[in-house]
Design a protein around this ligand. Structure first.
Ligand SMILES: *Cc1c(COP(=O)(O)O)cnc(C)c1O
Length: 453
């Protein structure tokens, strides 16, 4: 009797297809939306009282999703045109990497287990052979990020000894990575040679002493010294280091694995080029021009990598199975040229300005009758960002937005308040949205956001 009086609980799909609830798919993810619905319905089933009406349940689901949103990271629409924006988490991951993370993260893996012998295996073995293939290095190691990679190298080889660096390369990268400070932290003594704009091989030779451990060079990844300059190239430095029996080390940072001129960008030295030049150790970032997860790769001579592996500090810097899964899948995409654009960074880099302009026109035409807001398709320039390619501007297209009674700052702030937030850049009093960094999948959400202005 009591049963028949009970109001029936609405089906899950009535909630997941509700527009207000479905709008959270893009924010917290579909599965989190479904889980929130399920948990509201479960608690309603567990209660002895009548099931509330659909609208009341719907409000509970929305409140729960808003809570999840307030505590978690959000997906943002990056319309800044900066491809590797550190504030937005640098490189988006390839589908192959995401699939690998989902597959391997859901269960147990043979991360450190040798299936042949049934005993403990090596965490870095599989990734080492992939890095060897793309770089030509004898051996490799992966740690938490490139800063950690540099720290591990300095701590292993230069603690209590001297590191010779050109004054023109004493870099600071965003986020508090200043080379002189990292050197001090590792207990190494910095020996600066040359001048800001000119350093010669003879400067390194004259700086050598019996306590020299490393000749180090860094890739000036986020600035250039231009004009009357001289620098010692990787090959010369490697040869000089060999002659004087010290280790040659380069912090390459940006981490290109392929020649970027094929995307119309300026040439960046690749990991393979630096290894071929004879450097003993080279470090690169995983989430810059490599297009993978945050990590730092150390590639170089086997005997030196063995010593890095024996440093107890490695235990504190090691990467987890998810990072290794994502890096491995990303590196596998490099194995075949046609799979390279599966990496979002290269898909974005290979979009032609014609395609982007077509998208910009279509966006503007969908908003042509929005009152008080003017949306104009225009050409613009993207940048790679993330401390890479300081001089490289990439021709792009997008829309310029102007409103009759709002400033560009007000428009930018209104778009940031949207969910998902849309982030553009202000130039010449206009808000610019660069479509090179906006996924075609996000364009509907972008139109909604602009229409709401
Ligand atoms: C970016 C960069 C780093 C720091 O890399 P993370 O992976 O962010 O730790 C270090 N050195 C150079 C030359 C860089 O460009």
């Amino acid at each position: 009797m009591e049963q028949s009086a009970k109001r029936t609980i609405p089906a899950v799909h009535r909630f997941t297809t509700d527009p207000a609830i479905a709008s959270y798919d893009a924010i917290v993810g579909r599965s989190a939306v479904k889980a929130a619905v399920q948990s509201v319905l479960d608690s309603c089933r567990a209660s002895r009282a009548d099931a509330p009406a659909f609208d009341a349940l719907r409000s509970r689901v929305i409140a729960r999703l808003a809570d999840i949103e307030a505590t978690g990271l959000l997906t943002v629409i990056n319309a800044t045109g900066v491809l590797l924006h550190t504030n937005f988490g640098r490189a988006p991951l390839a589908k192959s990497a995401l699939d690998a993370v989902a597959r391997l993260g859901a269960g147990y893996t043979n991360l450190e287990y040798d299936l042949d012998s049934g005993t403990r295996g090596d965490r870095y073995e599989r990734i080492t052979s992939q890095i060897r293939d793309v770089s030509g290095a004898e051996a490799a190691l992966v740690v938490n990020n490139c800063a950690a990679a540099v720290l591990l190298v300095l701590d292993t080889f230069a603690r209590g000894r001297e590191v010779v660096v050109s004054r023109g390369q004493l870099i600071e990268i965003g986020g508090g990575f200043r080379l002189p400070e990292v050197l001090a932290k590792s207990g190494a003594t910095l020996v600066e040679v040359g001048t800001t704009n000119r350093t010669y091989a003879s400067d390194y030779r004259n700086a050598w002493s019996p306590s020299t451990a490393l000749f180090m060079r860094t890739h000036p990844s986020n600035y250039r010294v231009e004009g009357f300059t001289a620098d010692i190239d990787a090959r010369t430095l490697a040869e000089l280091a060999r002659e004087l029996a010290v280790i040659s080390f380069e912090d390459l940072g940006s981490g290109a694995l392929v020649d970027l001129t094929r995307f119309g960008l300026p040439h960046e030295p690749t990991l393979a080029e630096e290894i071929t030049a004879g450097l003993d150790l080279v470090t690169v970032s995983g989430d810059k021009l490599l297009g993978g997860p945050q990590c730092g790769i150390i590639a170089g001579r086997a005997e030196l990598v063995d010593r890095l592996r024996r440093n107890p500090l490695l235990r504190a810097l090691r990467v987890d199975k998810l990072t290794l899964a994502a890096l491995s899948a990303t590196l596998a995409d490099y194995a075949e040229p046609e799979r390279l654009t599966g990496i979002p960074l290269f898909a974005m880099l290979s979009a032609t300005t014609e395609t982007l302009m077509r998208r910009a026109r279509s966006l503007a035409s969908q908003l042509s009758n929005a009152a008080g807001v003017q949306v104009e398709p225009i050409g613009m320039q993207s940048t790679s960002g993330g401390g890479t390619l300081p001089l490289g501007k990439i021709p792009s297209a997008g829309v310029a937005i102007r409103a009759s009674n709002h400033t560009a700052e007000e428009l930018a702030s209104a778009l940031r308040a949207r969910r998902p937030p849309v982030i553009g850049r202000i130039e010449g009093g206009r808000l610019l949205l660069d479509l090179r960094t906006v996924r075609p999948d996000d364009e509907a959400a972008l139109v909604d956001a602009l229409a709401s202005l």
